[in-house]
Design a protein around this ligand. Structure first.
Ligand SMILES: *Cc1c(COP(=O)(O)O)cnc(C)c1O
Length: 443
């Protein structure tokens, strides 16, 4: 395709080119939201092409837990790059993959024994679902092929993952008839164990009791539901779900893609409930936000189960998945460095301090007009409005105040890098309070 001279993608008008030709997440090509050009990033700050700087309160969609341009991660990438950027994982292997798997298993819940690397969170969820389906096929229980979950979840944008996302906020209505029909039980309303009462498990209990013979697995985000609504629920719910999964012989998949690597104050959010899943997904902060990498971990029960019927010809005993960029050495090396950096940092203290400051500084929003709820968990601060937020208008207002956030729906929230200073976080929270006032005036 020839482009008019004026919109050469490498010329000064590249922005015009990008606006015409590039799709952004959940965006219209005809009528796109503004996209701000970033020139570089360091510490917790993004530097825009026009010279402005903003504090990143999003950690680039929750990944950049150490901030940007991190010497330790740069060094790991450079050193791996000088050896090899990538080799196929089919029939070949390398130390970065083994090293990262070892590191992951050493911090994951005790029962996790095996690791499958993939290139994004959504794919790691597909792999988790596949593991569960193949597990039951190998036991000659093919009828156990459905999933049970709760509303307000988010597990990714691929088709299997979409089928267990929130049925209203998610994309079910666009793909009805294409998406597998999964089962949903009522979501718990208690935000923590103090508010818990056993009636909150009733719907889940009745669902699993009625349908366990067709259920392969339960899939949940532990304790924090992220992109489906930034909701927190009581660890007791998870404890009881885990018990019921055991009782009714249904596998438990925990999606720790958003919650993993300390975000909620525990290394993995399932630790708040003291439970272990059969299958667990990690992604997002795995490489400290440097590269795309995810992993599906499972217990020996699951991997042994997939091989159970190896003798008969119907089931081959192999897990049928194999991404081209599986276990990419560059990404694995950076992930090892990121986990080391996390483990050698006072991350628990940092997350606790961020949480306490968010509590203090977002508390005034509780009294503001148009606010439905204010909630904090670990290093996550959420203001839920009563009405949807005008994202583009709020965003340009936030940028004026030197802060980068991406509100969605009725939610104005922050998930900052753990290395954010108290002073920088105060700028984020005061910008959030102003965004709340601004939003409530507009409706
Ligand atoms: C972001 C996210 C995913 C999807 O990960 P991608 O890397 O965007 O495919 C899945 N589950 C949860 C809980 C997430 O937050």
């Amino acid at each position: 395709m020839s482009l008019p001279e004026k919109v050469r993608p490498d010329g000064p008008e590249w922005l015009e080119f990008e606006r015409k030709h590039l799709w952004h997440p959940y965006a219209s090509m005809k009528n796109p939201m503004p996209a701000y050009p970033v020139k570089s990033a360091a510490g917790v700050k993004l530097a825009f092409e026009d010279g402005r700087e903003v504090i990143d309160g999003m950690a680039s969609w929750w990944c950049a837990i150490h901030g940007y341009n991190v010497p330790e991660l740069n060094r790991a990438a450079r050193s791996q790059l000088s050896r090899m950027a990538h080799v196929m994982f089919g029939g070949l292997t390398h130390e970065p993959a083994a090293g990262l798997a070892g590191k992951l298993l050493s911090i994951a819940p005790a029962g996790m024994e095996h690791v499958f690397f993939s290139d994004s969170g959504s794919v790691s969820v597909e792999v988790a679902i596949k593991m569960a389906l193949q597990y039951w096929q190998a036991q000659s229980r093919d009828e156990k092929h459905r999933l049970l979950t709760i509303p307000h979840g988010y597990h990714g944008d691929t088709f299997g993952a979409m089928s267990v996302c929130d049925p209203d906020a998610g994309m079910h209505h666009l793909f009805t008839g294409v998406l597998p029909k999964q089962l949903f039980a009522d979501a718990p309303t208690a935000g923590n164990d103090n508010e818990w009462d056993d009636s909150q498990i009733a719907s889940f209990h009745s669902r699993i009791k009625t349908h366990h013979n067709e259920l392969a697995a339960v899939i949940l985000e532990p304790v924090v539901q992220g992109a489906g609504g930034m909701r927190f629920y009581a660890p007791e719910f998870l404890r009881q779900v885990c018990q019921l999964c055991d009782q009714y012989n249904v596998l438990l998949i925990l999606d720790e893609i958003a919650t993993g690597f300390g975000r909620t104050g525990a290394m993995f959010a399932c630790e708040h409930a003291g439970i272990e899943p059969d299958i667990m997904c990690v992604g997002k902060a795995l490489t400290g936000g440097y590269m795309t990498l995810a992993a599906t971990l499972c217990s020996s029960r699951v991997s042994d189960g997939i091989h159970a019927d190896f003798e008969d010809n119907k089931h081959s005993g192999v897990l049928m998945h194999g991404p081209t960029f599986m276990a990419n050495p560059l990404a694995c090396s950076v992930a090892i460095a990121s986990i080391d950096l996390l483990l050698n940092s006072p991350w628990q203290q940092r997350v606790r301090d961020i949480g306490q400051q968010l509590e203090r500084e977002l508390a005034p929003c509780r009294e503001m007009a148009g606010v439905a709820d204010v909630r904090v968990k670990g290093a996550i601060g959420v203001v839920e409005m009563k009405e949807p937020v005008d994202i583009a208008a709020v965003q340009s207002q936030l940028i004026e105040r030197g802060v980068w956030l991406r509100p969605f729906g009725k939610l104005i929230y922050t998930m900052p890098p753990y290395v954010i200073t108290a002073e920088q976080l105060s700028r984020v929270t005061s910008a959030m309070c102003e965004a709340v006032i601004f939003s409530s005036k507009r409706v």
